[in-house]
Design a protein around this ligand. Structure first.
Ligand code: SF4
Length: 465
């Protein structure tokens, strides 16, 4: 470490804890990255604060998957300008996909930002803070390497619910779906070492965690970038994580349907702790649109996968992502998406109007669907999906389910809130006292759009889910 860094570190560590405010926009990958950055800075004299006005440092972890998320990031970063003028010692770091994508352009547009760092640079954040404090000039750290290795990292459990955690298993994506910027912002696929993943899961479980969600942009291709002799497939990784003693629930996200293998479907039969939920983004119900999106599967193949999953796990909850108004999407293509929704009957769906995201390839396609038409199609899709979600929830009334407790529900004393294996929020009354992560068996009595109401299952009525 250079002398000036040792000096800054020494004087810094003599100070009282400094306040760190973090604004996270976007997906679970960003949530996990924010947790890592927080832990690294807590080890270096910072303490998380919810008070932006008194912050000594601010991290904005950005998302650029949609135009709206990027605008939100820029508007938040812009709002920090005055605070920086009033407190020049304030350190502002911008991380995530917008930072990676914009780099120098962001520095020109937002000169009050001190550090611009991409997803591969988050582990260097304490060093970058030291450099900024010493040199008092902005830093851009957005280089991407194909040799990048996700460092070994053992998380602490200081923040968030104590019983569940995300574990990143890979970064980046090789698929180049034509609407998506992830391969440009998060780089090519890099799988984390299996031994590091298992060590992190074992550490978390030993610290009291009961539920793990394995994270990656396309978890099904986990291991494909590793040397053949060291390669572990995603289903094999799942089996090894599921075998960690003390782990009670296991989830994963996200999957590209083109890589969903029969071996993964079998995991739902074999692994008792694998939760009955699969997020399987389809994006469109039209083969013409799917081909233009470069998704590498057809509607027929997708439906066969849905059948396979439902055979392996009859009560599996299926959720998806949909884009409406992709360039060239005709009224018939949109109707095909509606038809697919009726066939699959998703438990819920994230749906969006198409927006072009440079440098994704679809920016070169003619945007043939007017904004008004996109809005109309989105409303039609969302209204029908809302009805299906309500119908699916209604079908659960009378079923006995195991829920993992998250805490006291907003409804007050004696009311508890938990999640089913399907990842649905279930609220129920019980005179018992629970800790987060405890399991309780309840019978669903009422369905609402976003949650279910339940009562304790009478012991004599207990059956398996
Ligand atoms: S699979 Fe496609 S949509 Fe998903 S992250 Fe990769 S490029 Fe983007």
């Amino acid at each position: 470490m250079p002398t000036y860094c040792i000096y800054v570190y020494f004087t810094w560590s003599l100070n009282l804890l400094k306040n760190l405010f973090i604004e996270t926009i976007g997906c679970q990958m960003n949530t996990r990255d924010s947790e890592i950055m927080l832990q690294l800075l807590e080890q270096n004299g910072y303490s998380l604060s919810a008070d932006l006005a008194s912050a000594d440092a601010v991290i904005v972890n950005t998302c650029s998957i949609r135009g709206k998320a990027e605008q939100k990031a820029y508007s938040f970063i812009g709002s920090l300008r005055r605070q920086k003028e009033e407190n020049p010692d304030l350190i502002i770091a911008v991380a995530g996909c917008v930072a990676q994508q914009e780099g120098e352009k962001m520095r020109v547009r937002m000169p009050h930002v001190d550090i611009i760092l991409g997803p591969q640079s988050i582990y260097q954040l304490p060093d970058l803070f030291l450099q900024v404090a010493a040199a008092r000039k902005g830093i851009i750290s957005t280089s991407q390497s194909t040799d990048f290795t996700i460092p070994s990292f053992l998380p602490d459990l200081k923040h968030g619910l104590p019983h569940k955690r995300f574990v990143t298993i890979m970064q980046g994506c090789n698929n180049y779906c034509t609407y998506c910027i992830v391969p440009y912002t998060r780089g090519r696929e890099v799988s984390r070492r299996r031994s590091d993943i298992l060590a992190e899961v074992q550490h978390l479980v030993a610290s009291g965690v009961r539920e793990i969600t394995l994270l990656g942009q396309n978890v099904n291709s986990y291991g494909n970038d590793q040397p053949r002799e060291e390669r572990t497939s995603f289903p094999d990784l799942l089996r090894q994580v599921a075998a960690v003693s003390g782990l009670v629930r296991l989830r994963f996200t996200t999957s590209n349907p083109k890589d969903l293998s029969p071996a993964l479907m079998t995991c739902f039969q074999d692994l008792a702790i694998l939760c009955h939920h699969f997020h399987l983004p389809v994006q469109s119900g039209s083969n013409a649109v799917l081909a233009k999106m470069n998704r590498h599967y057809t509607v027929e193949q997708y439906l066969a996968q849905v059948d396979g999953l439902r055979q392996a796990c009859p009560d599996i909850s299926l959720t998806t992502d949909i884009i409406v108004g992709f360039p060239g999407e005709t009224a018939a293509d949109f109707q095909a998406t509606m038809d697919l929704m009726e066939k699959v009957r998703y438990d819920s769906a994230f749906s969006f109007k198409y927006s072009s995201r440079p440098p994704a390839k679809s920016c070169d396609f003619e945007d043939t669907v007017s904004d008004e038409e996109k809005a109309q199609r989105l409303a039609i899709f969302q209204n029908r999906q809302k009805e299906i979600t309500e119908e699916r929830h209604q079908e659960m009334v009378g079923q006995s389910l195991e829920v993992m407790i998250e805490g006291i529900s907003k409804m007050g004393q004696g009311q508890w809130s938990g999640r089913s294996s399907h990842n649905l929020i279930v609220n129920f009354h019980s005179p018992a006292t629970y800790s987060p992560g405890d399991l309780e068996r309840v019978t669903i009595t009422e369905s609402c759009f976003n949650s279910l109401r339940a009562e304790l299952t009478q012991k004599e009525n207990v059956k398996n889910d």
